[in-house]
Design a protein around this ligand. Structure first.
Ligand code: ADP
Ligand code: MG
Length: 311
């Protein structure tokens, strides 16, 4: 048995079996049972060591995060996650029990948390550790929440604290330890909230490249503009103690938050809060004037917006 066969044997029963799965790991492809009134929602994210996570990130966190970022994408559509496929490119020095079992455990834990099954993948040798997870989920017919639905007058909300991961990354890159490291390493995708927002949100995205840049995707897709009220953006108390310019830098331009960013009409905002108190935080509004206007305590603010650059 080759090294790689041993690896995927490891994965074979690592995650919960899902009733949609007719055939999982072991054959050329997996087979899943579709239902007639749901639509398949799918996405893929590639994580390259040293680029998408620091090279010394723990194998557990690498496994966990590779899945988490994809479940976050599914959540941003309002979809319910179902399964993942794992493309693994490994340098030979990672192919040993200690690394592989911690990596598998990270994948296992997040899959168990959200009842997601690993149904297949591919494993190759390469010079740089690269993990590509494909995630599959379901949404009731026609109910996915797109980036393009924002309307003038909508309230803009986020699902939680913004900027913690970016602050942690800065500390780690400066060789300091960070009390916010888990925000960077073990992001919690907003799986439940994403589905709860169906019938409420007009538009939605998950925040991976920076709050301002990701809002920009909603604005462009919807043909609208926005106002942000900076003092309303939820921040961990460690960030609240930073000078404002520094906090805004992490909150607006940092990345890796994996919180949801969405817009909804004001009536829906009140209705949602009544049904599900304390889950969503209003931070701005959609306006007709294109572009993003920033305010702090009512005063207009000039701040350079610059999110994660892919190239
Ligand atoms: P093939 O030659 O058809 O690509 P493989 O030997 O690569 O077959 O894979 C055999 C089985 O193991 C397949 O069902 C595949 O989905 C699964 N598999 C391979 N690598 C992984 C992985 N990294 N994670 C999960 N399943 C994997
Ligand atoms: Mg293969």
């Amino acid at each position: 048995m080759s090294e790689f066969s041993i690896i995927y044997k490891n994965f074979q029963h690592a995650t919960p079996h899902h009733p949609h799965t007719i055939l999982g790991i072991g054959d050329d492809c997996a087979i899943s049972q579709m239902t007639s009134h749901h639509q398949l929602v799918s996405c893929v994210d590639v994580l390259v060591a040293g680029r998408h996570f620091p090279i010394n990130t723990s194998p557990y966190a690498i496994g966990f995060k590779s899945v988490a970022v994809n479940l976050s994408d599914l959540s941003a559509m309002g979809a319910k996650p179902y399964a993942i496929l794992l493309g693994l490119s490994l340098p030979t020095h990672y192919v040993h029990d200690e690394w592989l079992s911690a990596f598998t455990q990270g994948i296992q834990h997040i899959c168990q948390q959200f009842n997601v099954e690993l149904i297949g993948g591919d494993t190759t040798k390469s010079d740089i550790l690269t993990i590509s997870v494909t995630a599959l989920g379901w949404v009731p017919q026609g109910q996915a929440i797109l980036r393009s639905g924002a309307k003038v007058g909508d309230i803009i909300c986020v699902s939680g604290e913004i900027g913690s991961a970016s602050f942690a990354l800065q500390q780690i890159l400066q060789q300091q330890s960070s009390t916010l490291q888990s925000a960077l390493d073990l992001p919690q995708p907003q799986v439940r909230l994403g589905q709860q927002l169906r019938h409420y949100a007009h538009s939605m995205i998950d925040i991976s490249d920076g709050l301002a840049q990701d809002l920009g995707h909603i604005l462009t897709a919807s043909g609208v503009g926005a106002k942000f009220f900076l003092e309303q953006i939820p921040a961990h108390h460690i960030l609240q103690q930073l000078p404002k310019q520094e906090r805004w830098q992490h909150q607006l331009n940092g990345g890796d938050d994996y919180q949801l960013l969405f817009t909804m009409p004001i009536e829906k905002f009140y209705e949602f809060n009544q049904q599900h108190p304390n889950l969503i935080y209003p931070i701005g509004e959609i306006v007709a004037d294109k572009g993003l206007q920033l305010f702090d305590e009512g005063k207009p603010i000039d701040f350079k917006i610059q999110g994660w650059q892919h190239f």
